[in-house]
Write a protein that binds this ligand. Structure first.
Ligand SMILES: [Zn+2]
Ligand SMILES: [Zn+2]
Length: 143
């Protein structure tokens, strides 16, 4: 389990606050995302919840993942591999992606992006989010 990940209790509280239904789909999908403790594609989430949520359609699962992101309980991550990943960690951290094997690893560092955000803002850009993405070759692929 990840210390800094939102719990299903957080999800229940947020859904109630917004007057949205607490469904087993929503709880199971967050739980599985957390249990995986890594970055998952939507297809991997579908596979992970297949036993617990038989008959739940992929569009429902995709919509639930979008809802979790909207609620701030998961992050959507595009690492340039042509696939969107979902991250159960929402605390600040960077990512390193291996261009050989596609592994995506968390990098424990807080980056001060104030300067780059200020520059973008000065150009009239409304910043919504900033991510630090390192690309290169992972340890396994270098050996
Ligand atoms: Zn690699
Ligand atoms: Zn991550």
């Amino acid at each position: 389990m990840l210390a800094d990940s939102p719990t299903t209790d957080d999800l229940v509280a947020l859904l109630r606050q917004r007057g949205q239904r607490v469904t087993s789909q929503r709880l199971v999908i967050l739980r599985e995302l957390r249990r995986a403790a890594r970055h998952l594609t939507a297809a991997e989430v579908c596979a992970a919840v297949r036993d617990d949520l038989p008959g739940t359609s992929p569009p429902t699962i995709y919509a639930t993942l979008d809802l979790l992101v909207e609620l701030g309980l998961a992050r959507r991550l595009d690492v340039g591999l042509g696939v969107t990943l979902y991250d159960p960690r929402v605390d600040p951290h960077a990512h390193a992606v291996c261009r050989r094997c596609g592994a995506v690893e968390d990098v424990e560092a807080r980056v001060d992006s104030t300067a780059v955000m200020r520059a973008a803002h000065a150009d009239g850009f409304q910043v919504e989010h900033s991510d630090v993405l390192l690309t290169g070759i992972c340890r396994r692929c270098t050996n």
